[in-house]
Write a protein that binds this ligand. Structure first.
Ligand code: PEP
Ligand code: MG
Length: 837
């Protein structure tokens, strides 16, 4: 008992910790005020304000009876200078959540457990509504101080007799902070999921495990053992879940916090540098001067020469542009991989568009110059497409403009209209970057990238990740006001651009950069080791590939196989479909090079944003909702059969599995399977594992029915998020909201895993979130067995998984499922952790 008495003398509230008669209009304002008081009293660094606001997003800190206890996030403990409490008295009250009116805001900054006594006293205050009323209106700060410094009676509740025979478990509270507000909140959350009555007993005292105030009142310290008792229909399950929650630290404890919630060394400015927030697109920290990227539009006048001469000039210009694009394609392919380079093949296809060329030649025939005719035709096309107002087509319009300017520059024999690029290292700021712009970037000179528009799946984001350049997209027009040369810090993990940082900020950011580089080196060193969690649970980490030649690169990066081969990349950028023999050679070569490691071949997923000129589908208003993926294959048995024959022929060369894309109904799946089976019998080879992508909400919702029909599911979270949230994943302004970590998508994933379990259908994820460290942890917690990602993400994800236990990930997943937005889920990871596809 004397220990409690000692603690009570450690933290003594003083009148300066209390601010009377405060008026605030909102919960946020209240939190800012109380944090301000903690800052003013030297208890915390300025960044703690954001930490407290972030914490409130994760958990409701309303305690009851007009009292709230806002506090910071565990990983921000280093911002606390001294454990301390600050109290705001708000006589008029402030709405904390609908129906919850707060009159005493008790802000807590706790490095260890000295504040427990104050919390325990608070719960005594709670028990006395008239005291709460008095403290809410008193003009004497001393009265509040005395109430909170008062030694509490602690053991107010006696042991309930009805629990005498109840099943129980004894667990030890880990972490130095004991059962203070954060872990107690988590305990209450877990207990609240069960119907049983649950009690916590310790040293002859008892608390209701579903009531935060009751638990706080026990004042349990780190290292102490408590008894958890449950009475009711799900008592055993409740005790098992609670035991697991306590053993994995209740979201608390240094090791746990660092392992689960923090994505690498988080960095926050020491001073209050101005921050422009955007979408975290490529992780890492960059420091450098702003370079505003501007692209002038080249315009030519009509100065025609002989018709034939103009026609020849056009042909030559098109050929030169085609050659330029060949070079760019090869450069981007070797720097960033085939997927990213494919866009330049599409640009080449635009140069050969017969309708477009007919129009240009017709204008030349009418007596105009080649340059003017080309400019006119392309501009008309671009504006026609833009007017349709379809986001995918808008993307194509931007590409067409890009190609148009390229040819125009050749025709005009000028570099005018070429964007200027920095000649010394800089942070590139742009409204948006076209694929051609991005291809020109020299990673040695571009330290970081920030764009006004775009989302995490935008081309810029993907390229930046492949090149390892920290990037933020969708940061808004404020970016364009920054003067050239202005020093900034880009935090691509958090999605923040800090403007005019202080010397101290720069020094600490440089130190953090060194830490990140060191961490990357360590991740790389261990890339060949399996992703074994601390309890031995293994997660398979495999790669998403587009071309056979990428196998070596994937294996070198530590991938344990191929979780998704996007075969459509074998079909695009050519004038006819690859033959059975060509496909067979490609698949068999990959299987051989993988040397027994799995190779999941996804059958053709053309449609939506992916097209091949020789696979024509009738024009569709909404290609993403049209003949796409398996729907197309079932309508084109010629293509489907050729591909399946090639796959089955190659299947004896290694561990090949077949996967169907975009399945939305049971009938489609059965039809595809029957078709595949007939091809298999034709070839006469043993069966292979058959799986399907889950990327349409109907498939996730019908997973119970689909699971017995397949060997595995692979969840395509890029499309699943697009269809669940009803936002085009390429939408220029809404695209950033297509987030696979949205709780709506996570709940569908949970459903798929639960459907697979009873029938032994394993579940993988091959969408972008599998390659984000935070996403990988949450997916593991949801029970996903295999994570398939872009090659550069493999080492980091493996390293991250090795730091946690299965229980940690489960807990994180449970918290994520309870969040109400993607932003809240991302806040659980604190610094975003981008890095997927
Ligand atoms: C997905 O939709 O998440 C996926 C992996 O498929 P793709 O990105 O090729 O459509
Ligand atoms: Mg998809």
């Amino acid at each position: 008992m004397s220990e409690t008495a000692q603690r009570s003398t450690t933290l003594q509230l003083e009148a300066s910790d209390v601010r009377l008669n405060v008026r605030v209009a909102s919960r946020e304002e209240a939190i800012r005020e109380v944090a301000g008081l903690l800052i003013a009293n030297g208890k915390v660094a300025p960044g703690y304000v954001e930490s407290m606001l972030g914490r409130e997003q994760q958990a409701n800190t309303y305690l009851g009876h007009g009292i709230s206890i806002p506090h910071g996030m565990p990983q921000d403990r280093e911002l606390i200078r001294r454990t301390g409490i600050a109290v705001l008295q708000v006589p008029d009250g402030v709405t904390w959540n609908p129906g919850e009116r707060v009159h005493l805001v008790v802000g807590i900054a706790a490095r260890s457990d000295e504040h427990l006594q104050v919390l325990a006293s608070l719960t005594d205050v709670l028990d006395d509504p008239s005291l709460v009323d008095r403290l809410a209106t008193t003009n004497d700060a001393g009265e509040i101080v005395a109430s909170l410094n008062r030694r509490t009676s602690l053991g107010s509740a006696g042991l309930g007799d009805e629990f005498a025979e109840a099943p129980f478990v004894d667990v030890t509270i880990v972490g130095s902070g004991g059962l203070h507000a954060r872990p107690a909140t988590m305990l209450v959350e877990v207990a609240g999921r069960f119907a049983s009555e649950i009690r916590v007993q310790q040293a002859g005292r008892e608390a209701n495990a579903k009531a935060l105030a009751s638990i706080l009142k026990l004042g349990v310290e780190g290292g102490q053992t408590v008894r958890l008792l449950a009475l009711g229909p799900d008592a055993d399950a409740a005790l098992a879940a609670l035991r697991e929650a306590v053993e994995s630290g209740l979201g608390e404890g240094e090791a746990h916090d660092a392992a689960v919630t923090s994505e690498g060394p988080s960095w926050l400015p020491v001073s209050t540098a101005r921050a422009i927030m955007g979408v975290a697109a490529s992780p890492g920290l960059a420091i450098g001067p702003v370079f505003q990227f501007k692209r002038a539009r080249l315009v030519v006048e009509d100065r025609p020469r002989e018709r034939d001469e103009e026609k020849l000039r056009l042909r030559e210009a098109l050929e030169t542009a085609r050659e330029q694009l060949d070079v760019i394609h090869e450069q981007v392919k070797s720097r960033a991989g085939s997927n990213e380079a494919a866009i330049f093949r599409a640009h080449q296809a635009m140069l050969a568009d017969p309708d477009l060329l007919d129009d240009v030649y017709a204008r030349i025939e009418d007596g105009h110059s080649a340059a003017w005719s080309w400019q006119r035709t392309v501009e008309t096309r671009v504006s026609d497409v833009q007017q349709i107002g379809n986001a995918t087509l808008a993307g194509r319009a931007a590409d067409l403009h890009d190609v148009g300017q390229r040819v125009l520059r050749v025709l005009a024999g000028t570099e005018e209209g070429e964007p200027s690029l920095p000649s010394s290292p800089a942070i590139l700021v742009a409204e948006n970057l076209s694929p051609s712009d991005t291809a020109k970037l020299d990673p040695n000179l571009i330290l970081g990238l920030c764009t006004v528009l775009g989302g995490p799946t935008a081309h810029t984001a993907i390229i930046a990740r492949s090149l390892g350049i920290p990037a933020i997209v969708g940061a808004g027009a404020a970016l364009l006001e920054l003067p050239d040369g202005q020093t900034t810090i880009v935090d691509g993990s958090l999605g923040a651009l800090y403007v005019s940082p202080s010397e101290a900020d720069l020094a600490s950011a440089r130190a953090a950069q060194a830490g990140i580089a060191q961490r990357r080196d360590l991740e790389n060193e261990s890339r060949f080791a399996p992703a074994l969690l601390t309890d031995g649970h293994r997660v398979e980490v495999v790669a998403n590939l587009g071309r056979p030649s990428e196998v070596e690169q994937a294996l070198q990066a530590g991938a344990e196989g191929v979780g998704l081969l996007r075969t459509e990349l074998l079909f695009v950028g050519r004038s006819s479909a690859p033959t059975e023999e060509e496909q067979y050679q490609a698949y068999a070569e990959m299987a051989r090079n993988l040397n027994g490691l799995p190779l999941i071949i996804r059958t053709l997923d053309i449609g939506g944003d992916k097209s091949a000129p020789y696979i024509t589908v009738p024009a569709e208003e909404n290609p993403f909702l049209g003949v796409r993926g398996i729907r197309l294959c079932l309508r084109r048995p010629d293509l489907f059969r050729t591909q399946l024959r090639a796959i089955y022929r190659a299947s004896t060369a290694g561990d090949i599995k077949i996967m169907f894309p975009m399945v939305s109904t049971l009938e489609e799946l059965r039809e595809a399977k029957d078709f595949a089976e007939s091809v298999r019998q034709e070839i006469g080879v043993p069966p292979v594992e058959i799986g399907m992508m889950v990327e349409v909400p109907s498939a996730a919702l019908m997973a119970d029915e689909l699971a017995p029909e397949v060997d595995f599911f692979s969840i395509g979270t890029n499309d699943l998020a697009q269809y669940t949230l009803a936002i085009d994943r390429l939408h220029p302004t809404l695209g950033s909201q297509v987030d696979g970590l949205h709780p709506a998508v996570l709940r569908l994933i949970q459903r798929v895993v639960q459907a697979g379990e009873p029938v032994g259908t394993w579940v993988g994820v091959c969408g972008g979130i599998a390659g984000e460290p935070l996403g990988a942890l949450i997916l593991t917690g949801l029970g996903v067995a295999e994570l398939s990602m872009s090659i550069p993400s493999v080492a980091a994800v493996k390293a991250r998984l090795r730091q946690v236990s299965r229980a940690d990930t489960r807990m994180l997943a449970e918290r994520a499922l309870r969040c109400s937005s993607a932003a809240e889920v991302r806040a659980l990871g604190r610094s975003g952790g981008s890095g997927g596809e």
